[in-house]
Design a protein around this ligand. Sequence first.
Ligand code: ADP
Ligand code: MG
Length: 312
Amino acid sequence: MKIKELGEFGLIDRLAERIGEKEGLIKGIGDDCAVLDDEYNYTLLTTDMLVSGDHFNKKWHSPRQIGRKSMVVNISDIAAMGGYPEWSLVSIAIPDDIDVEYIDEIYSGMLEACQSYGSTIIGGDTTHGDILVINVAIIGKVKKEDLCMRGDAKIGDRVCVTGDLGKSWAGLDLLRAGKDGYTRYHLQPECRLEEGRKLAHHVNAMIDVSDGLASEVNHICRESGVGALIKKEKVPISKKTKEAAKTLDKDPMFWALSGGEDFELVFTIPEEKMSFIKDIDFTEIGEITEEGVYLLNGEKTELKGGYDHFNL
Ligand code: ADP
Ligand code: MG
């Protein structure tokens, strides 16, 4: 069978079934991080791999940006659990055409991100490969009462998202078209670590936007056994992203729903707790319902889409 037939998440489900549930874990496969009990805190473990051509392009990402991104995408998963990163392991496969100075620059980017977000590289692995591949694994911590899982959304919760969406794919499509414009966010994404920690006290469910809003809302609903109604006109898209869409004659809503890599946080929160969220830029975009995941735009349509590495 072709992997395309299953898709990325179908493949993960299939692997998860074979691996099975493990005892002694607070959470194994199925969230932004695995969660282990640690007496006073929970330990968070996450790993993400970046492959040349798929996750970055040497034509337009500088090696420093590649290094930075490989850390940020992992720290974003820690942020989505309400935690903070501690230790990192970095594995790297290096092709023949890459020299030492290029690797030095990748590490400058990684160390920069470690400094900004508070992680320390403690090891890894180095090998040769046909193309450049970077894998980062991060161990983090979260206070027990702050742990935010995908599976804790409750019917009636408001669905909210930090910042704005579609900006990463705006940049990617501009770069692909060889046009100038709002490419900064695609080249140098940030993650919402501080926001995640502030939100953690109040929210029920949380996830980071790595594969697009449609995909993330569906993950929350599936894990929580609930539905959602998202109001299309509320989905936050910045002026710069809209301008990029105009330049390219593309639909910015598609970037927001299916593009991904915005590394914003989607969270669900009881209405009475909304006023506790201070000093965070966020937008209420819908609510958690009993069943069905819908987009409301005059009429209700199924909220589908999301980035899948095997179905482009
Ligand atoms: P994210 O986009 O937040 O990094 P993923 O979609 O990559 O999350 O992963 C979803 C879940 O599946 C996570 O719990 C992750 O650890 C698990 N997972 C992904 N790939 C594999 C794999 N090859 N083997 C086992 N578990 C996996
Ligand atoms: Mg994630």
